[in-house]
Design a protein around this ligand. Sequence first.
Ligand code: BGC
Length: 745
Amino acid sequence: MSSGKAEVSPRVEKLLASMTPAEKIGQLIQYFYFQLPESDVDSGLPERQTDLVEQALAAGRAGSLLFVTDPATSNRLQRQAVAGSAHGIPVLFGFDVIHGLRTIFPVPIALAASWNPELIEQAQTVAAREARAVGIHWAFAPMVDIARDPRWGRMIEGAGEDPFLAAAVAAAQVRGFQGSHLGADEHIIAGPKHFAGYGAAVGGRDYDEVDLSDQELWNTYLPPFQAAIDAGAGNIMSAYMDLNGVPATGNRWLLHDVLREGLGFEGFVVSDANSARDLETHHFAADLPDAGVRALNAGLDLEMTIVEPAYGHLDEALADGRVDLERIDASVRRLLAVKEALGLLDNPFVDEDAARVTLADPAHRDAAREAAEGSAVLLRNEGDLLPLAATSVQKLAVIGPLADSKRDTLGPWIFDYDLEETVTVLDGIRSHLEQPTVEVTYAAGVPAFARKYPSMFDMWGDGSRADENADAEAELANAVRTATEADVAVVVIGERQDMIGEHASRASLDLPGNQLALLQAVVATGTPTVVVLLSGRPLDLRWAQENVPAILQVWYPGTRGGEAVANLLFGQAVPGGKLPFSWPRTAGQIPMHYAHTRSHSPENQGRRYWDEESTPLYPFGHGLSYATFEYANPSVSAASVGRDESVTVGVDVTNTSGQDGVEVAQLYLHQRYGSSSRPVRLLKGFQRVPVAAGQTIRVEFTISPAERRYWSSATRDWVLDATVFDVWVGTNSEAELHTEFTVQR
Ligand code: BGC
């Protein structure tokens, strides 16, 4: 375990001692370097933003850049940085390496749905290798914000609603990005974000304020950060919003007391884009110079900005004593130590030819396909419609606007992808069925649709476009005809990639763009129908759940997604993913999470609304397989233990089918009484177990004091109660197989 600290060497101390205050301040500024692909797009950016950056480099007033993914540009800018810095200090290049660089992996919520830390670590290892090859030193990832409100588009970047799962996913991503230590070959720094509570934006509206109790913060929102820090993350990014009335980026309690003293973080903290400048927008800082002072004094090391930095005014603040040199030195030291750990002080340049080879590595594409297979969640499979038997299908209809959209197959938050090599669901099914020969037909079914308000990525020309001139009736009729003539219809629907992500909150969970009507029309033909869903948030599937036999959630599956989907549909891969969130029936139920507390009239829990059930459509942890599993014989190693002792829970998992499969066995814990009322159940263990057809495997979970400890609003501290614990083990958060144990004083 480490705390993200890059060791400070005598070389760094010597360098620091020789720098002027102005040079030091320059090290604390990070600029976007925006090279937009289309010169005519209206970006809203100041004219020649890149000139501003190059002037800063020439003056030694930039310590870091972001958004450079071309190795030749990286080398060119690096040369400018070295020449502009009195001590030849290179810049650190950061970037949003969220789910791959050139090889696009399934989106982060999908990777979380694999419940497979090794697979997740592997994905980010590949991403790190590609990023490092082109000159990127640091990923603004993983996003470890807990999300319990699917209106918030950024839930796609995280690991869902649960702190225990999210902590495991966070640690795996940090290991993948960073490797064995800060500065490991072919690896980059991980930057967990956004510190902290950003996922709890009021109304699910991105950037809106957040009000979180201390118990929510410590028990639910901070554990993934703690796990990422314990795994050695070198950086943390601050958040945009107010947390309990104080902007996160200017919040000394948060950035110092909680992050440094509470969680033990020793790496460097970066602002979110322009969020130090935003301290003025928040009506917290008096003006831009004050914003810089407040951010620095709160504990922010590096300011990320698109335009004039607030830290550009720190020279005056230093001169008149609003900040002190010691505070500046502490931040500069952290950044120099990172540059040294990455070897940049010796050689900051990249090998452009080697980068090309790394980006083309076929092993990376295979890893992406495996990740897509491992993260799909089979939500429903009535009458075992799936897997499809290629031998009994003569004609297969692929229908839906997302079936053949390369860009939508990849998902949001990517910039360096290659559409040429992207495999859509339609492509994947077509090539899968070349042998034996099945006729594959295709109809989009609905005209191209788009957001009502444009996405922030429109400036890259990367937003969805609606087709206003299309003949919607003719498209639908064509889809109905195509379905009628086929033996099976695979309907590929969901949200377009820019309908989810940053700045992509939604007020409803409906299938956009008439897709529900399309689905209903296809099902009405009587042709057996499979829904393949592309989304990063739960959508309203109430009608589908009642009327469509098979539903496979494939998220945005990435570069080789279509191939993975074909393998899953035809049984060459067996679905094993599980939901990392509770899937609401309708937006009116939001927020909805399984770990609620028990309260008055619990027998009515499922009927709190008079017009809809209070339960989710699919519970947290749900996911079917082509195999079936049964759980039996739960045991505890001791009926009663001391407070410092662990308990081992065992259970038999039997594969009762004729198909091999992998089950994610889950353990939930409930504390019956104590200092606080505790949630009805909490995930406290999970294990992926391959179980061959007919086989039984004994699975064991250890419940240590760490899993029983929590922060109580009653004592305003961490507690470990002497009490009785209920334990459930099974296939999802509604598991019923029960045992219990007592913890003595
Ligand atoms: C996002 C961050 C991201 C940064 C840099 C911001 O808008 O909130 O998550 O890392 O931009 O692209």
